[in-house]
Unconditional design. Sequence first.
Length: 402
Amino acid sequence: MPAVFVTYSLAYLGRSNFGFGAAAGLAAALKMTESRAAFLGSVFFLGYFLFQVPAASYATRKSAARLVFFALISWGVFSALTGVIREFWLLVLDRLLLGVAESLIFPAMLVLLTNWFTRTERSRANAVLMLGNPVTVTWMAAVTGYLIKAVGWQMTFILEGIPSVLWAFVWVLVARDRPSDASWLSQESGQQLARALELEQSVLPPSGSLSAALRAPGVILLCVQYFFWSFGVYGLVLWIPGMIRSGSARRIETVGLLSAAPFLLGVILMLVVAYFSDRALHRKVFVWPFLLLSGAAFFCSYATAGSHFWLAYAALIVAGGAMYAPYGPFFAIVPEMLPKNVAGEVMALVNSCGALGGFAGTWLVGLLQALTGNSRAGYLAMSISLMLAGATTLRLRNARHS
């Protein structure tokens, strides 16, 4: 789990530091219009959408660990190039390829975790993986502002791309696809875990292909739900520095510190919610209330952003924390609904829909901010999207094990 956590943390560093570059003057330095800057921030998600399902298929049938090694090197290079390229369309291509490289990581990680953890641990295992999201954004938000002030946004992209390439060689030494491949685990323990996982598979309905799995109750709803959820998540992650800066005349390093608080709350809530979800062995009831709370908090930010900065900021903290809280139980739903031969591909499909939501959220929130000159319209868009995500979750059946 430490290796999984660090790897996904580095993936999030490569995608979320763009918002700080934008807030620090990337658009002005490259003579881009604000609408072009919004498109550049969102084009990552088009690449992120393309290879999710093939990545899950490869990870299931071949090697998740090997796929992650390749992805680490690729996204480290493309992330660093963001600070080097000066032509807009070459930068668009680079961010698109960065999305392609990072599209390999999440499906591979989810497949890896299903090979190692039973359902009594799965929500917590998913939460540790997903903690790479808010933990990275927390420290990145606090550190990147100071780093930009010290060396500029171009060098910051380069410096924050190098660790992924170096970590790839640590990953290949420590990561193993299955318990039977791990030299540090006794043969008896590995066999016991394998029997427990096989027993879980025996009670699931068979599904011979991805197309058959798509007909399972709830799969399409999960795709729709994750689209709206990711709209809010990435709208916040990419544009929170600009949102805070538009509402207060503060320096970039102060903006970084203020940007960290919603994600810090998210870290705490993710661990708590995952723990109780595994204790109760229920998933849905630990997802929808937090999404509705997040949507309501974003609406409070929308209502107060123009007149009460600190009230709007407090609501933003609640919105960000609640938005991250249900990740662990959410990604435990599919492996408890479908057999492992298709579960990885279905989770990748759900995450692909999230990538489209991320594209829509990043582009639309950034565009609304550019058109209106403030963050209020973006808050409203994220509020509506998260409310829809919560309402869609309520329509999921309370299937056995979920």
